[in-house]
Ligand binder design. Structure first.
Ligand code: NG6
Ligand code: CA
Length: 511
């Protein structure tokens, strides 16, 4: 054969084989994030929870990988969600702190997010559930009676059905594709977090109307027998019924799955359970042995069942990767006297870890973390350190695509750990709580003094359960001392220096 042809043939063969290989390697499964709110490491029975039987979450875990060192970014909601979607540490954005219900959008619509990345890759994308990342622009006050934007759609979600912030913050309405659901132009909505608007009953003026007593902070406008943070007027037909919220979110998520079953899709299903107010549907009341807090976890578990069933019924199980996790550690009392403390018994909501929501102890950010993809991920348990901030880079790697221009380096590709191909995830994990940082590397955990000078602990009722941090910080060895009791900082100063060095490198502005 003519040597030129032989060369051409060779080049073509190599190109063909390469093309084949990339096809085989790059995958385009549906991606579903099931994101719980305030559910702790120890709440589900598969993580040792004793207060309730979370059979469906356990089943999911049994069919997939259950991580023992899975983390959210921060010990409160907004920063964790910000990191999850943008792949950037939330402390880099000063706006990423617990937001009021009328805060402007804190994600710049030009910024890459998992949602706009997947949308640009041809995925149908949806947010169903809790948003809490702000709505509208920072330059003009939001008009709730017109189109609400920018919001989820502007950062990459083709379809969105959500509450603005949290169930305990007004406005207590659903928003679908930028408009308040069942909005009546003759009953316009206004919302305030400063001077009260309107003269509707509040928790202070009409405590006898309440289903559950609340602290002063949660004593604004009463909606559905629950007083909220902030005041609102109007929108009476649009107001949500807390008891139905789980059902409503499931219905919207299942509709989306059915609608998009022939396309690859990304569903960010962010339930409200078990954030306060804990007002589950009556089907779940008394379904746990620890009162409403556990009943709300049982409602979450039912939501998991419905999503898994919808995937099954649409023949999508094998082609869908599910990531289930939570946005921050557990809290018992968070503004409403709903019996969570009194009924808790021996249940360890944060599992073997100290602390919970709002704090830098492990319980603040160490989360239940389950990944399933039948046929691709072998069932098992992994102790690799995996973080929600890494899902963006890992999903890009799964699709065989580079991260888009302008994405953050904070997000690391830990796909081999997520798929169970490697026992190694990240080298270290940054743990944020209310803007303050800590770090875990291997078995070491270091909490520098910094900022407030305390580690917060608000599992129970006492807001002052704060522990002062000594000058050279706290250093713990987690496998020997999971409850972070024995400070080894003065014994291992070189370790302190090393971990402080990483913190300074990652977040120079903080130290
Ligand atoms: C706090 C609220 C708390 C809860 C939290 C947000 C007070 C005293 N407490 O400020 O009830 O709403 O914000 O929770 O107002 S999160 O899970 O969305 O971060
Ligand atoms: Ca939360």
């Amino acid at each position: 054969m003519n040597p030129r042809y032989t060369k051409h043939l060779l080049v073509l063969t190599v190109m063909f084989v390469l093309a084949l290989l990339t096809r085989v390697q790059a995958e385009r499964p549906n991606i579903v994030f099931i994101y719980a709110d305030d559910i702790g490491y120890g709440d589900f029975s598969c993580y040792g929870g004793t207060g309730m039987d979370t059979a469906y979450t356990d089943k999911l875990a049994a069919n997939g990988l259950r991580f023992l060192s899975g983390y959210c970014s921060a010990a409160t909601c907004t920063p964790s969600r910000y990191s999850l979607l943008t792949g950037q540490y939330a402390f880099r954005n000063k706006g990423a702190r617990i937001l009021p219900g009328n805060a402007p959008l804190i994600i710049d619509p030009k910024k890459p997010t998992i949602a706009n990345f997947l949308r640009d890759e041809g995925y149908a994308t949806a947010l169903v559930g809790k948003w809490h990342l702000g709505l509208g622009s920072a330059t003009e006050p939001l008009d709730w009676n017109a189109e609400i934007k920018p919001g989820p759609r502007e950062v990459g979600f083709d379809y969105s059905f959500h509450i603005a912030a949290t169930g305990d913050r007004v406005p207590s309405v659903y928003i679908e594709d930028g408009y308040i659901v069942d909005h009546d132009p003759n009953d316009p909505i206004s919302v305030s977090y400063g001077d009260p608007v309107g003269n509707e009953p509040t928790g202070i003026s009409h405590p006898h109307l309440l289903k559950v007593q609340a602290d002063e902070q949660h004593s604004g406008t009463i909606v559905n027998g629950v007083s909220r943070i902030g005041t609102m007027t109007g929108g009476h037909k649009a107001r949500f019924v807390d008891e139905d919220m789980g059902d409503v979110f499931v219905e919207k998520a299942v509709d989306f799955i059915e609608r998009e079953k022939d396309n690859p899709f990304f569903l960010y299903f962010a339930t409200h359970d078990n954030h306060v107010p804990r007002v589950p549907h009556k089907r779940f009341v008394s379904s746990s042995s620890i009162g409403l807090r556990g009943d709300a976890v049982m409602e979450f578990d039912w939501c998991v069942k419905q999503i898994v069933l919808a995937l099954e019924e649409n023949g999508l199980t094998k082609n869908t990767m599910i990531v289930l996790s939570s946005d921050n550690g557990p809290v018992l009392f968070d503004g409403y006297w709903d019996g969570a403390i009194e009924r808790n018994g021996d249940h360890q909501a944060a599992g073997p870890w100290r602390g919970g929501k709002y704090g830098r102890w492990e319980g603040g950010t160490r989360m239940p973390f389950i990944v399933t993809w039948p046929g691709k991920i072998e069932p098992g348990i992994s102790d690799a350190i995996v973080s929600q901030v890494d899902l963006f880079a890992s999903i890009a790697a799964l699709l065989g695509k580079p991260m888009p221009n302008g994405s953050s380096d904070d997000s690391q590709n830990i796909l081999p750990a997520l798929l169970g191909h490697s026992p190694e995830g990240r080298d270290y994990q940054i743990e944020e709580a209310l803007g303050e940082l800590a770090i875990r590397q291997g078995n070491w955990k270091f909490i520098p003094q910094g900022g407030s000078g305390v580690v917060r602990h608000r599992l129970g009722i006492d807001a002052n359960e704060n522990t002062p941090v000594p000058e050279d910080g706290f250093l713990f060895h987690l496998s020997e001392d999971p409850m972070e009791q024995i400070n080894l900082a003065s014994k291992y100063p070189h370790k302190v220096k090393e971990l402080m060095g990483i913190l300074k490198e990652v977040a120079p502005e903080k130290f």
